[in-house]
Design a protein around this ligand. Structure first.
Ligand code: FAD
Length: 456
């Protein structure tokens, strides 16, 4: 017998329940990835993610070849391609990871229907993309948690399945036709400092993180210049690491660093369960309040300065330039950049979310949109009117100014924390810097914000 495994956001061989189930029930397995035309049509395949995906597919194919198999790659409408591959190989069953977004759910429905009408079955597996399935834990009065701490408590009490390794051999039938494995080199407009994708790179990064980063995570995760977070987010986004494995191994390691790390992993699952229950929150306010944003057209120059990292606020500019250069940004940078756009400039969070999705290698509908909403105060933050001052925050998160100097070379001649307030320099010294004046006065921004929110 033959089974198909459709890979989506789970591009790994380790700890992969659909692959394991397929291998247990069939003699031959077709590992399949479909370049989904609908995702391309939605403008969601930004260059950085496309390049990273190429690494992932290349590595998945290599891993399968090491085991006697290969990856089958197709392009088109997913359900149609899966049905065609199943027909070509005589597969009776298709295995796939349970999806979270509205799109993934629709894909599941289309697959079920198309396969069903051809007499084939679909098996959907939990514990692949998130450790705990969205909706598996709920409060008494709702279909999802809107507050993190009680969610974290319940989530922490869930029993996770055992972790298992990659299969030794994968026998793939002859019949299935495949496109060529894509190469990162074929993608244009990729960030210069983009990380390497693929399961091998992911596992290396995770091992390195457990040895050298995890223990100090609790103390150092807010240190912008120290860059001491795991940087595992793209690997989690593409599923080259298993969240169940990460949680279990971190818990086995123990200590304050590991606990703080698991808590962060839970934030990812928190946002996934919000999105699963409220799919419209991907582009609509999760709470309906606060809809008096300035439109992009009314703030075009300011928004463009924000995108280019030329707002005149060094820490915001450093973060925005890191995003452009690496396709990745430190969490504290993301918070500062988002607060600046939505609170200081009072521009619609969707403008920022779109820009992040265009560049982030870990750009993710659940995490990106709901973190933007959180910072904009339209989401789950219990203090929706908090405003992060780019000056006070910079002094706290980048006390010596090293993060700013790394990303804003025009300010490299300024020492220590002076780099955070270049407007305080006098005369010739200020003029020598090829660096913009602030696009907005922070006090004016705050006044506009308070008025718009009716805060007096
Ligand atoms: P670590 O600090 O090492 O954390 C470990 C893992 O926990 C991360 O890889 C990530 O999977 C998860 N995590 C940590 N913080 C969060 C959080 N606040 N929300 C959800 N998951 C979290 N994360 C994305 O994965 N994709 C996005 O598109 C994304 N967009 C964001 C947009 C904004 C405006 C903000 C404020 C945050 C966004 N985040 C997003 C969350 C967070 O900033 C990144 O996950 C984190 O910076 C990734 O770096 P890391 O892997 O070193 O994180």
């Amino acid at each position: 017998t033959t089974a198909v495994v459709l890979f989506t956001a789970d591009l790994r061989l380790h700890d992969h329940p659909p692959l394991r189930a397929a291998l247990a029930g069939a003699d031959e397995v077709v590992p399949l990835f479909v370049h989904d035309r609908a995702i391309e049509a939605a403008g969601f395949d930004a260059p950085n993610r496309r390049a990273f995906l190429a690494d992932c597919l290349r590595d998945l194919d290599a891993g399968l070849r090491d085991r006697g198999g290969r990856l089958v790659i197709r392009s088109g409408e997913v359900a149609a391609e899966v049905c065609a591959v199943a027909a070509e190989t005589g597969a009776r069953e298709v295995h796939v990871a349970a999806g979270v977004s509205a799109y993934a759910r629709r894909r599941e429905e289309r697959l079920r229907e198309a396969l069903g009408s051809a007499g084939r079955g679909l098996r959907v597996h939990d514990g692949v993309i998130t450790a705990v399935a969205p909706g598996a834990v709920t409060p008494a009065s709702s279909d999802h948690f809107a507050v993190f701490t009680p969610y974290f408590r319940r989530w922490s009490g869930e029993r996770l399945r055992d972790v298992f390794g990659a299969p030794r051999t994968v026998r793939v039938p002859e019949g299935a036709r495949s496109e060529k494995v894509p190469a990162r080199g074929g993608v244009r407009g990729v960030s210069e400092g983009l990380a390497e994708g693929g399961e091998k790179a992911a596992r290396r990064a995770f091992t390195n993180w457990r040895r050298h980063g995890l223990a100090a995570y609790e103390d150092r995760h807010d240190d912008l210049a120290g860059d001491a977070t795991s940087r595992l987010s793209p690997h989690l986004h593409f599923g080259t690491l298993s969240p169940v494995e990460l949680v279990r191994r971190a818990r086995d390691t123990g200590g304050a660093g590991a606990e703080a790390f698991v808590r962060q992993l839970c934030w990812r699952e928190f946002h996934h369960q919000v999105l699963a229950a409220r799919p419209a929150a991907s582009w609509e306010n999760y709470r309906t309040k606060h809809d008096r944003w300035r439109r992009e057209a009314d703030a075009a120059g300011e928004v463009e300065a924000w995108r280019q990292g030329r707002t005149g606020y060094p820490v915001v500019d450093a973060a925005m330039r890191q995003l452009r250069h690496e396709g990745w940004m430190h969490n504290r940078g993301r918070l500062l950049a988002a607060s600046f756009l939505t609170k200081t400039l009072y521009v619609d969070w969707r403008v920022g979310a779109r820009h992040f999705l265009d560049l982030l290698v870990d750009g993710d509908i659940a995490n990106n949109q709901l973190n933007w909403q959180w910072m904009a105060g339209t989401g789950t933050d219990s203090r929706p009117n908090r405003v992060l001052s780019p000056v006070a925050q910079a002094r706290r998160l980048d006390p010596d100014g090293d993060y700013v100097r790394r990303w804003v070379p025009e300010l490299a001649s300024l020492s220590g924390a002076a780099v955070h307030e270049p407007w305080k320099l006098r005369g010739a010294e200020r003029e020598r810097l090829d660096y913009p004046e602030p696009v907005v006065d922070l006090a004016d921004g705050l006044t506009r914000f308070r008025q718009a929110r009716g805060l007096g």
